[in-house]
Write a protein that binds this ligand. Sequence first.
Ligand SMILES: Cc1cc2nc3c(=O)[nH]c(=O)nc-3n(C[C@H](O)[C@H](O)[C@H](O)COP(=O)(O)O)c2cc1C
Length: 287
Amino acid sequence: MDYTISIKSEACIRCRRCERACPAGIFVWEDGKIQVQKEQFCIRCGHCADICPTKAVTHTLFPESTMHDYALSDLPSPAQVELLLKARRSNRAFTAQPVPQESLSRIIDAAYAAPTAQNTRNIQVVDVTDPQMIERISALTVDTFAHAVKPLENPLLKCLLHKKMAQVYAMIPKLKAMHRKFHEGKGDPVLHRAKAVLFFCAPPKSRFGCADCNLAYQNASLMAESLGVAQFYTGFVLSGMKQDRKKRLPEMLGLKDMEIFAGMALGMPEFRFERYTDREHTAPICL
Ligand SMILES: Cc1cc2nc3c(=O)[nH]c(=O)nc-3n(C[C@H](O)[C@H](O)[C@H](O)COP(=O)(O)O)c2cc1C
């Protein structure tokens, strides 16, 4: 164990909040006071340190320097949060300007602030800003799709699979057009000449890796929106990566023991959206 947890009895006001807040049940009320038991089960979430009104809980992973007091009134109002959520759009019209490093750092910090299952915090953000690498990622994506659809165009296979795989067949002209456009130098239909790409990675086959990474993505996308940085989800790159048996994308990025579960393309916006429109959705099912 690389930490210790203790209670400063002179500061403890016996409110028992630590007992209520700790997800691992480490704080136990015994003999009229809080006792720390089985601290090896701590999931390092810091709830005990943050919930204590008198800072009576000492957890060595969370020294005073890492604690930040705030009031409810410091948080954005519900109306401000609603506006941010509704104003966040996927914006693929990037200028030639790079994303300022300070903005990128804040976007990445926002990603790491997201919750992770059992607080494993086992995600890794990979920040790609090298223009050549970004171009190689787009090239790999269009090439992978072009290669994957080739056998499907065999007349015999087409006859057999056309009905079963109607959605895939409907995509073929679009995928071929993307390949052509990219290789004729008529633009980048995959990453839209993004100036940065963030990949959100977790250990391979981890049970909640995909959820952890996509929650991190969403935090990052909201921070990007509030900083005036344009971004969109790189679904094409991810599905190309899944098609590619040779696993060239992780290899290109030098990723070992990490799987990519989400991706974000970023740049400075050529224009801002002037308004938001109400999004269609189904009614919630209320039980
Ligand atoms: C899982 C997922 C994959 C996506 N993949 C892409 C993509 O590859 N390229 C792209 O331009 N947009 C992609 N998007 C963005 C969606 O097209 C976008 O969210 C949708 O059109 C609604 O627009 P909005 O984000 O502005 O609300 C993706 C979004 C999600 C959630």
